[in-house]
Write a protein that binds this ligand. Structure first.
Ligand code: ASP
Length: 415
């Protein structure tokens, strides 16, 4: 073929998809404001794409959490006492993160500033008894937690299945059998497939943001966004408090000085913020801890490579604060037992959150379902999630750094 006749075929939407997600979301936001102001209350039906995104996120959530946890259990080298110490540190840090988040949300009350959203009606009242809810989350059958989006039940199944599969694999490998390889390969592939599908749903988020912003501005004006500004500030404050807690723990529980840690892992924190992916940042975190901070190999790999698969304190804090924020915005008071339910589900949801952009949104649908908050309210958070995702990812990585330093103990390694 004559070279001169060859035309470069431009893919439709090619340059749109070439833009980073946060830019696409900001464009959606700006267009939404314009259309909302211009169209007024007739923009109300434009909320539909955001509801669609949340339905889809809710649909993949249980499968993704199940497969992500089994995948992490199969691919992480966990052993004995260090493994138990790691699990203890992770749990403590996550509980502190959620407590900090709930305290800040209860004191600042970001959802009470600005115009409220419409209340859900009778739906919440039916779910008022948290102990009955907790019991409901113990799997009654293998499929029920998956079908009814019960995050605690899903994690329960994932742990049982993942640990059993690990044991069977190790036993078979020791006996020279290879039967387990098929299932192991299938789980790794299934994980990649679900992440691929998640990326498709994430690609619709800018359209959802456009629609939800147009619909809110058109029907309620800018009032609800005032609360959103308070929410962003409250989340940042809580994340900073969590960072201060990490540094204080490092100061008292490890030989490394907090200032030296911050300088040493600077690159990892910047990368976490810019990629919004703690998994993508993992190798950089590990290298910073080994080469700049000087931790022992075992502590750096346990915290930054093994722990990173399960440790998402920033995500846990954010999910708990989001549940409270939306409850405040719709004028529903979550009682103390209900807030405990938020704590419990946020802990398990953060364990199941993959270390990729927007994964927290997926598991948030499960936290909302557990306390009976309708998931379509998460739509308003889509507008700021791209930014808060970056902030909470940096804290997720700082959590891994904290655990590595604590595992390294108070005595510096001999050089
Ligand atoms: N993006 C976060 C991470 O990679 C997960 C989340 O969405 O909260 O750690």
């Amino acid at each position: 073929m004559d070279q001169r006749t060859v035309r470069v075929k431009r893919r439709p939407l090619g340059s749109w998809r070439g833009l980073p997600l946060y830019l696409r979301i900001l464009i959606g936001f700006a267009l939404g404001v314009v259309v909302g102001v211009a169209a007024g209350p007739s923009a109300a039906p434009l909320a539909t794409p955001a509801r669609l995104v949340l339905r889809l996120l809710g649909a993949i959530a249980p499968a993704l959490v199940l497969v992500a946890v089994v995948h992490a259990l199969l691919n992480t080298p966990l052993q004995g006492r260090v493994g138990a110490r790691l699990a203890g540190l992770l749990l403590l840090n996550t509980l502190v993160a959620i407590t900090v988040g709930l305290l800040v949300a209860n004191i600042v009350k970001p959802g009470r500033h600005g115009a409220p959203l419409d209340a859900p009606g009778a739906e919440m009242a039916q779910r008022a008894d948290p102990w009955a809810q907790l019991l409901e989350n113990i799997p009654a059958s293998l499929l029920k937690p998956l079908v009814e989006n019960q995050v605690i039940g899903v994690i329960f199944l994932a742990l049982a299945f993942g640990i059993a599969l690990r044991l069977v694999r190790d036993r078979q490998a020791a006996a020279g059998q290879t039967d387990y390889q098929g299932l192991e390969g299938a789980i790794n592939t299934l994980y990649s497939v679900l992440i691929e599908v998640l990326h498709w749903v994430i690609a619709i988020i800018p359209f959802g943001v456009f629609g939800i912003v147009a619909s809110i501005v058109g029907t309620k004006g800018f009032g609800p966004f005032q609360s959103l500004g308070w929410f962003v500030a409250a989340v940042i404050l809580a994340l900073l408090l969590q960072a201060a807690y990490y540094l204080a723990r490092i100061r008292t529980g490890s030989w490394v000085r907090p200032g030296a840690v911050l300088r040493g892992v600077r690159d990892a924190l910047v990368m976490a913020f810019s990629t919004a992916s703690s998994t993508a940042t993992m190798p950089v975190t590990y290298t910073c801890l080994r080469e700049n901070v000087g931790l022992r190999e075992e502590s750096a790999s346990m915290g930054a490579l093994v722990g990173a698969n399960f440790n998402n304190d920033g995500t846990a804090l954010y999910e708990a604060m989001s549940a409270l924020f939306i409850a405040q915005m719709i004028g529903v008071d979550l009682s103390l037992p209900q807030q405990l339910m938020v704590v419990l589900t946020s802990v398990v949801a953060s364990v199941g959150a993959a270390g990729i952009p927007e994964a927290g949104l997926v598991t948030m649908t499960l936290v909302f379902t557990a306390v009976g908050l309708p998931i379509h309210y998460i739509a308003i958070l889509l507008t700021v999630d791209w930014f808060l995702d970056r902030c909470r990812t940096a804290i997720n990585v700082m959590g891994d750094v904290n655990v590595s330093c604590l595992l390294d103990g108070r005595t510096p390694p001999k050089r």
